[in-house]
Design a binder for this molecule. Sequence first.
Ligand SMILES: Nc1ncnc2c1ncn2[C@@H]1O[C@H](COP(=O)(O)OP(=O)(O)OP(=O)(O)O)[C@@H](O)[C@H]1O
Ligand SMILES: [Mg+2]
Length: 596
Amino acid sequence: MTVMDPVVPLELPGHDEPGTKAPLLRTLRLALPARRRLALSILLGATAVAAAIGLMATSAWLISRASQHPTETVLTTAICAVEFFGLTRGLARYGERLVGHDAAFRVLGDVRVTIYERLERLAPAGLPAFRRGDLLSRLVQDVEDLQDLMVRVIPPFAIALVVGIATVALVWWLLPAAGLVLLVALVLAATVVPWLTGALARRSQARQAAERGALTAAVVDLLAGVQDLTAFGGTEAQLDRIAHHDTELTTIAAASARTAGIGLGLTTLLTGLATWGALLVGVTAVHQERMPGVQLAVLALVPLAAFEIVVGLPTATEALERVRRSADRVFAVLDTPVPVREPDDPVALPAGADELRVTGLRARHPGAESAALDGVDLTLAPGRRVAVVGPSGSGKTTLANVLLRFVDYEAGSVTLGGVELDRLDGDDVRSVVGLVADDAHLFDTTLVANLRIGRRDATDDECYAVLEEVGLLEWVGALPKGLKTRVGEDGVRLSGGQRQRVALARALLADFPVLLLDEPTAHLEPAAAAALTADLLDVTRHRSTLFITHRLLGLEEVDEIVVIDAGRVVERGTHDLLMAADGRYARLWWRELEMV
Ligand SMILES: Nc1ncnc2c1ncn2[C@@H]1O[C@H](COP(=O)(O)OP(=O)(O)OP(=O)(O)O)[C@@H](O)[C@H]1O
Ligand SMILES: [Mg+2]
């Protein structure tokens, strides 16, 4: 039996990259701070290649000249020159690699930090534009590809130009006709061959970066959803999808190798032709006594060495193509509009700011047609607790996100300590307003490390104190490793309730003046939810707390209950007032009571 295809939602969105303007120029601009190192590496690279050609020329001359039994001085000088060129080549090559990679890694580091800073701004509201695995591939592999511009593209072309001209000039000086032969062969090898491989590469590489992103995304999906996929029998289909991307990538890699092979073959052919051509005109010149015979070996062997400067160019054009594709994907992340505009000139947060006042708030998610919140009023005075209740999709999480500066608001006003929120720096706001989300993330490390995310310098005793507040002290005491217990990826080794309590303890440790709790009991069964709600209300007494929940039971002691529906406040008041009013809240409350 075929199960209804459970992997349909995992289908690739199949959107084409938007295509950034002048991705190469922008990559170059990123490399600007490393320009001195880059120039030095090109200089060293040119020295290494020039030394290789010099080595070949002097050795060829030495061998021919030796047959004429010259004086010892001539021989020693020539041997010294050979040794000099040999040593220089090795040292310069080493220096070039060192300096070039150093420059590239510095730029990579900067680019990664820039992207990370952008992601920090985009998350959490802006990230749905990218799939997790794809984003990972952009951040790691695509950024890494950018370094090729500085290591594999610019230096080979620059070196080929400089050393090529010098070598042609040298051969021209020995015999103009041979210089001409070398010039033609080098120009062909530096233009036609790379152009051809470039054209071939464009075809095969058009999809490489995107495929790589899709493969990573599919693997991450598989790993994240392995339980559901296994339960619904969808593992095979997902594995097929991964295999498909893998095959595509293999095909692309094979095409890339073929292109490189064609480039190398053509260059080798041109090397042979240039050597033959030089020999031909050289032999004629020696016959006509226009050139001494000893120079013939130099004419024949220099082209062999000279082709070292063009042999890397086909790979360079292929790398150029790869850099362009990857740069497109990297800049797509950097160009994603931030969901929240930070003020150019932020106002300093007033000391002790802990009062939140919301009036006529309207907020819309980026790209959404209608507003998720419209005309919400709410005041969270110091030490007060306000509960926000409402059906799924009514805008409760959106409200929390606005208060945390994760989502912008388009009308109305939100003030923290009397200052309009959009005039404050987002990080400042989040230093006052803390969140415990319904799916709080625990990191795959120890319990105590997860707690200390709240406050880095918290002592063990302080950790025990907050664990006691959230009712976990006994549990931790019974663990063989206590605070050092590892919680597993996403906290899998804890129960849902324990996870939420740890998240709450972390927020208590951070001691935010204003605490937002978004559905902390969302994933718990009724008894555990009731117990956690009671504990939450206990520990938040005298703390400014906005308690977002879909559970109405147990809210008797909060100062105000705000009922929202479709982004609007439909009822508000204390539990007693709302029950007396016998409206929406009272109806839902009775229904919930019947269910437990
Ligand atoms: N990132 C987003 N982009 C676009 N629309 C969004 C986004 N997040 C939420 N919405 C929409 O905004 C509205 C309010 O969503 P919100 O998450 O605030 O609801 P909620 O009250 O928290 O629901 P629940 O009780 O299910 O958590 C919904 O219509 C939802 O589809
Ligand atoms: Mg929600």
